[in-house]
Unconditional design. Structure first.
Length: 94
């Protein structure tokens, strides 16, 4: 039988190995690099599952953007999103 445990924040920095940028979205700060996000349209930050999270209202004018992020020959992007309303035609990446 599989057991579940509560999600715990990364406390030993293993998730940050070889990353060029890492945004926890507790704010706009890059936790491993120097690429601070630009807050467009006043995205707010509020209590999340672990610490804070970014809150986007149902608006097409809100976004968090970064200056050029180079992947080299390969790279990945991962994130978790909690959608509280139906899809209204928005998008995550532009």
């Amino acid at each position: 039988m599989r057991t579940t445990s509560a999600f715990q924040p990364n406390t030993n920095d293993l998730l940050q190995t070889d990353l060029s940028s890492y945004w926890k979205l507790e704010n706009t700060t890059d936790s491993v690099g120097s690429k601070t996000l630009t807050n467009n349209g006043t995205v707010t930050f509020s209590t999340g599952k672990i610490l804070n999270g970014a809150v986007f209202s149902n608006s097409t004018t809100q976004s968090l953007t970064a200056s050029s992020v180079a992947f080299g020959t390969a790279g990945s992007i991962s994130f978790w999103a909690f959608i509280t309303t139906g899809d209204t035609g928005g998008y995550f990446f532009d």
